[in-house]
Design a protein around this ligand. Structure first.
Ligand SMILES: O=C[C@H](O)COP(=O)(O)O
Length: 261
């Protein structure tokens, strides 16, 4: 946790969620509507087909709704794509860009991720920019080099702590049940913090850095207590309202302990 920074628990449903899952969204929206939400923000990113209904379901809840990707242009002949402006038009507040599944499956470069983040910021969305090394890069001892390159190339110059969130997601930890040690997460987050400060000054010092990769109710409390871990980006476990809410609940009592320390 970074002092005086409000943590964020984010869920990424990826390509999961039919109409039947709307009940789950409603349960999450109702479940985060308590006193803890004054201290911890939440956002859920369902597939774009559910975005409009999800924002309606979350209307009276502190739960915010985000998308999982956007095009870097506002409109045009881009069949199948969705612009940041369209996402904002549906009352969503966030968009994930540069997720490793997009970087790999759609060959997205740092420059494209940066352009997408800029498009998001230009229409008032908050950008959740994902970075993280592959297993091969980790085995080669390249982790910090990869993170430095991705921060340099994917984060727009105009990024501010209020509109930009970084998500550190080691690719090898996504959906595998594997997580780095708390020590390794701490090293990566401290490094990211230093790079962000160097690049963006005070904005970088306050920018939230989430951890993502096999976060579940059983390991959430240990992970969110690590220095410079300002929240989590949850994939599989965010699909079940009870699991998402348990991860959100991992902050219960933790922030008071932090303040008292
Ligand atoms: O965006 C979320 C991440 O890819 C993590 O997914 P996971 O929690 O299923 O490992």
């Amino acid at each position: 946790m970074t002092p005086d920074v409000r943590p964020l628990v984010a869920g990424n449903w990826k390509m999961n969620g039919l109409r039947a899952a709307l009940d789950e969204i409603k349960q999450i929206a109702d479940g985060v509507d308590g006193s803890l939400s004054e201290k911890v923000e939440t956002v859920l990113c369902p597939p774009s087909t559910l975005l409009y209904v999800a924002t309606a379901l979350a209307e009276d809840s502190p739960l915010q709704i985000g998308a999982q990707d956007c095009h870097h242009h506002n409109s045009g002949a881009y069949t199948g794509d969705i612009s940041a402006e369209m996402i904002a038009d549906l009352f969503a507040s966030h968009v994930i860009v540069g997720h490793s599944e997009r970087r790999k499956d759609h060959a997205e470069s740092d420059a494209l991720v940066c352009a997408k983040a800029e498009a998001a910021l230009n229409v008032g969305l908050q950008a959740i920019i994902c970075v993280g090394e592959t297993q091969a890069e980790r085995d080669d001892g390249q982790t910090l080099e990869v993170l430095a390159r991705q921060i340099e190339g994917s984060v727009p110059e105009g990024a501010r702590a209020e509109n930009t969130i970084i998500a550190y997601e080691p690719v090898w930890a996504i959906g595998t049940g594997l997580t780095p040690t708390t020590g390794d997460i701490a090293i990566a987050h401290e490094f990211l913090r230093a790079r962000l400060k160097e690049r963006l000054g005070d904005e970088g010092a306050r920018m939230r850095i989430l951890y993502g990769g096999s976060v579940k109710p059983s390991n959430a409390r240990e992970i969110v207590a690590i220095a410079h871990v300002d929240g989590v980006l949850v994939g599989g476990a965010s699909l079940k309202a009870t699991d998402f809410l348990a991860i959100f609940g991992a902050y219960e009592g933790l922030l008071d302990l932090e303040a008292a320390a």
